[in-house]
Design a binder for this molecule. Structure first.
Ligand code: UD1
Length: 349
């Protein structure tokens, strides 16, 4: 199979390209080498892969390449929370308009191959919670007053009792809580429309917190694993916000690449399919900081719980990986401790 991988020079996309080649497939990469993620041309790009260093919104490139490929794996996009709200136009241009151009071109050239979309668990907003009295409940955004006073756990919206977080399934209500999350959900909806109108197959992979080699280093667009790893490498203590008890599912990038391979190749009927891509074992942000510091050795600075919060952060979100296991045959392989030991030694980009 010949696959067009957008963002194929980036953190996740480059591992997807590696996985494709290892499985005997070929790839063509479209990537604009965004300076927010790349300080220079990455050294790991394969000579035998064709690279087009253009923006994903470049219509001519799409129209030229689509007739030559069997499938598209759309990884390009702007990730993270960004600097501030002023980033909104950059997120919409890259994520929404970039995807719209891709879909326009697919329609224009009559492309009927499979489309795999890099989506995110951020489409769920706050994860799933149970109240001992009211059952399944959906807490709203945490208030600044609660956060200021160190009440980090979202309370039951009906009785304000403490809640138990439980894994989110793909049927959980979608509730994006920041600009980036809104663009991810919009990408899903645009791709689903293309699938409906053309009787094609779209697979949205809702990544949980991806980490591993080639992670971009500390930038306003980086996830917490990269921020902590960069801090330790720079001799600074990882700063853990809130009380460190917030939970996520940290999934290794090579597992994420395998999930993409499965999403590109497994038999699926036409239509829109969404899957959590997760390890299935939630960890707290405090655990993450300690694991990275431990893996870096006895001289490494220890994490500091600094309190504070970022408005827009959710408290707990972790996944049920069951649907991906049953329908894609995908389960994560890399354990948290092994993965963190590797990340502590790996070069960041
Ligand atoms: C992250 C990514 C998002 C991606 C999603 C799923 C970022 C900014 N977010 O969302 O793009 O779609 O995973 O892969 O890349 N924290 C600290 N100290 C810090 C930084 C963060 O304690 O220095 C805490 C935050 O308060 C938060 C948690 O770590 O509770 C996770 O933060 P982060 O990785 O930035 O964002 P996610 O919401 O998990």
């Amino acid at each position: 199979m010949h696959v067009l991988v957008t963002g194929g020079a980036g953190f996740i996309g480059s591992h997807v390209v590696d996985a494709l080649l290892a499985a005997g497939h070929t790839a063509v990469v479209v990537d604009n080498l965004d300076p927010a993620a790349h300080r220079s041309r990455p050294e790991y790009l394969h000579d035998r892969v064709e690279h087009r260093f253009v923006d994903v919104g470049d219509r001519e490139t799409w129209v030229e390449l689509l007739p030559r490929v069997d499938a598209v794996c759309h990884q390009a996009g702007k990730v993270g929370l960004g600097v501030d709200f002023a980033d909104i136009t950059a997120y919409v241009a890259s994520n929404d308009t970039g995807t719209a151009v891709a879909l326009w071109a697919m329609h224009h050239v009559g492309f009927r191959g499979r489309l795999v979309l890099a989506s995110s668990m951020v489409v769920y907003g706050e994860g799933r919670y149970q109240c001992s009295v009211h059952g399944d409940v959906r807490p709203g955004p945490r208030t600044e007053v609660d956060l200021e006073q160190g009440r980090y756990e979202p309370p039951c919206p009906q009785c304000r009792r403490d809640l138990a977080p439980v894994p989110v399934g793909e049927d959980a209500p979608l509730d994006p809580r920041n600009v980036y999350a809104a663009t991810k959900l919009h990408q899903e909806h645009l791709c689903a429309s293309w699938a409906r109108e053309h009787d094609t197959t779209v697979v949205a992979l809702r990544y949980h917190n991806v980490y591993g080699p080639r992670m971009p280093r500390d930038t306003p667009y980086a996830g917490v694993a990269s921020i902590f790893r960069s801090a330790i490498a720079g001799g600074r203590a990882p700063e853990v916000f809130e009380d460190g008890g917030q939970t996520r599912d940290f999934v290794h990038v090579r597992d994420v690449a395998r999930a993409n391979l499965a999403a590109l190749t497994v038999d699926l009927p036409p239509g829109f399919h969404a899957y959590n891509v997760a390890s299935g074992t939630p960890r707290s942000v405090g655990d993450l900081a300690r694991a990275l510091a431990d893996a870096a050795g006895p001289q490494a600075p220890r994490p500091e719980i600094v309190g504070g919060y970022r408005l827009g952060d959710v408290r707990h979100v972790f996944a049920s990986p069951e649907k991906a296991r049953v329908e894609l045959g995908f389960s994560a392989d890399v354990g948290f401790d092994d993965g963190m030991r590797e990340l502590a030694r790996a070069n960041l980009r």
